[in-house]
Design a protein around this ligand. Structure first.
Ligand code: ATP
Length: 220
């Protein structure tokens, strides 16, 4: 589904954030991208989602070569990805319902389908009773659940999260991880960048990065 072949990423200023990265991810897998600060975890997610282009190497996503893709095609590729960030990136002047509805409208979901899809997504993350609430009135864990609902409402084939539990205490962090596991059980490919892998009995693959190098890939 995703294949990196000898991928390098150099940012302006000559910093090589990723060097010679080669790996494959299959549909439906649970992947943890780990490594210390500055290892290149976020950069890897940005390359997968075509937010950043690689400097060298080949990235294949669903048989398309992202390294050569025309910029007009990028929005269509991005729709396949659901993105969740540590700081949620919610719209704080819109309520929970509107946060998700707007994402669906941007993704050109038919207006007739928006209401049902927003409510289904809120239901899946346990926030159906908060649809009129403003995000600021939610706890940190609830805000992250809203961010996940927004990502999943767009029905991505891949859900990517960058340090999704970084600001949360353990109880909320465990709830968030359980949500990701639930979506993986439904067939969504889940890729999570994190300093620390949560304890889990779920089968997963780990990509361990250090100073821009892929040091090891383990299956557990
Ligand atoms: N837009 C950018 N321009 C220049 N350098 C960047 C940019 N983004 C990241 N870097 C650099 O690339 C390297 C890898 O950064 P990246 O954010 O991918 O690491 P990370 O493993 O996600 O780190 P953290 O765990 O601290 O978030 C770092 O040295 C960082 O300073």
């Amino acid at each position: 589904m995703i294949k990196f072949d000898q991928v390098h990423k150099r940012y302006p200023g000559n910093l090589e954030a990723l060097q010679n990265i080669t790996f494959e991810i299959n549909a439906g897998e649970l992947i943890f991208v780990t490594g210390p600060s500055g290892a290149g975890k976020s950069t890897l997610l940005k390359l997968i989602t075509a937010i950043e282009p690689p400097t060298h190497g080949t990235i294949i996503f669903e048989n398309q070569n992202l390294s050569q893709i025309k910029s007009a095609a990028i929005p269509y590729i991005r729709r396949k990805f659901g993105l969740v960030f540590q700081d949620h990136k919610l719209l704080y002047d819109r309520n929970c319902y509107e946060n998700i509805a707007l994402a669906l409208e941007i993704n050109e979901v038919s207006i007739n389908d928006v209401r049902g899809r927003v409510r289904a997504a809120l239901d899946k993350v346990g926030l159906l009773n908060r649809e009129k609430s403003m995000p600021i009135s939610l706890s940190g864990g609830e805000q992250q659940r809203l961010a996940i609902a927004r990502a999943i409402a767009c029905r991505p084939s891949i859900l990517l999260a960058d340090e999704p539990t970084g600001n949360l205490d353990k109880k909320y962090a465990d709830e968030i991880m359980d949500l990701f596991y639930n979506f993986q059980d439904l067939g969504v490919t889940v890729i999570i960048a994190t300093h620390e892998i949560p304890t889990t009995s779920k089968k997963h693959k780990q990509l361990y990065l250090q100073e821009g190098n892929l040091i090891k890939i383990t299956d557990q």
